[in-house]
Design a protein around this ligand. Structure first.
Ligand code: MN
Length: 374
């Protein structure tokens, strides 16, 4: 019999999304989605008949969260029919005298196992012939990882499968410029000689492919995207470890919201309309948050009406942010005459460029003139 498990991490329950100027309602829904996604993971894991679920850190966004958040997390995780092993990450790190994990433990049934100590956790009592080897975080930052105790272990306990669980940055995969996120090396992880290692921390799954065949370690990525630097649609792994120790993992889609950045090069009203249509179509299938960057030019009338176009698009999308600092009005002799006194320097300069039929130079000159005027 093989061991089938669901591997997730970085749920960040209790995240409030104050890092950006979102409307309150958007914030609430983004924050709520993280619970829905967790519930969806339970349903999926039950349907797939997984026996184990591993949360490789940052189940919570902070090491202090509201009691209601802890309560909901415990309730949701308890829906899983197997056992759930939860590692404290660097956001929800373990402090023996902190309130988070003791409160969690108090509410949790025994099928929810907290991996707070640096010791092997045999799962025989839960009917699983596996042993877990956790590297729990004990602070927000650390220049060293918590794998040492596994390296120093003289003898592993009896078990069919030996599985590591760690949270932090693997060099070359998860960015960590100041070496403060429990840095780990690929070779170091491979040398632990475990059948499989479930990692958390970076919000992007690794390897970046649908299936992973007997990798020493894999990163879960977040199951629910949390910002514009997270372009996937929410992911988790279902891993099957065979009797031989050979493992096969496949990525599953798990998220609700989708963050995307779009660059639109506009020359006329049709371009803007096409862009609007494309975005609206895209939004039909997903709850979409869009950062739209526009550049180019629009005829004066359309340029002046652009806010109405943004607003109608805003109705189609869950959230829209527009940066049109590089979009400008199309300069024509009529626009020049309306904006500058006849015979003035800008009037003469812009008209001369308009006659030369060099729209790019004309637009640049217009932008410079306007900058000086401000
Ligand atoms: Mn983290």
């Amino acid at each position: 019999m093989s061991l089938k498990l669901l591997h997730t991490a970085d749920l960040h329950l209790g995240m409030t999304f104050r890092n950006r100027d979102y409307p309150e309602e958007v914030r609430e829904q983004l924050s709520e989605a993280r619970f829905d996604t967790l519930a969806g993971l339970m349903t999926r894991a039950n349907k797939e008949q997984c026996r184990l679920m591993i949360v490789a850190g940052d189940l919570f966004h902070r090491s202090y969260v509201a009691a209601s958040v802890i309560k909901r997390a415990v309730e949701t995780l308890s829906r899983f029919q197997g056992c759930v092993a939860i590692l404290p990450g660097n956001h929800d790190y373990y402090e023996p005298y902190g309130s988070l994990w003791p409160e969690f433990k108090e509410r949790a049934p025994e099928e929810l196992i907290l991996l707070t100590e640096k010791k092997p956790y045999p799962l025989h009592d839960y009917g699983i012939e596996a042993v877990l080897y956790p590297a729990p975080c004990d602070a927000k930052h650390s220049p060293t990882n918590r794998l040492d105790w596994i390296k120093e272990l003289i003898e592993k306990p009896q078990g069919k499968w030996h599985i590591g669980v760690a949270h932090g940055a693997v060099k070359g995969i998860s960015p960590d410029f100041e070496s403060q996120y429990y840095p780990m090396e690929e070779a170091e992880l491979a040398a632990l000689n475990l059948d499989h290692i479930c990692l958390g921390h970076t919000h992007i799954s690794h390897p970046d492919q649908e299936e992973a065949d007997s990798r020493p370690f894999i990163y879960a990525g977040t199951p629910e995207p949390d910002g514009f630097d997270c372009r996937h649609q929410g992911r988790a792994w279902i891993t099957e470890v065979e009797e031989s120790g050979h493992s096969l993992s496949r990525l599953i889609d798990t998220g609700r919201f989708c963050f995307t950045e779009v660059h639109g090069q506009i020359r006329n009203r049709e371009d803007l309309e096409t862009l609007q249509r494309d975005l609206a179509n895209f939004a039909k299938t997903k709850h979409t948050l869009v950062k739209l960057k526009l550049s180019g030019t629009l005829p004066e009338e359309d340029y002046n009406a652009r806010f109405a176009a943004y607003n109608s698009l805003r109705e189609e999308l869950f959230y829209l942010e527009v940066d049109d600092s590089e979009l400008s009005v199309e300069i024509t002799p009529a626009v020049i005459a309306a904006n500058y006194p006849e015979g003035s320097f800008p009037y003469r300069l812009l008209n001369r460029l308009a006659e030369k039929d060099d729209p790019e130079a004309l637009q640049t000159a217009y932008r410079l003139v306007e900058e000086v005027r401000r």
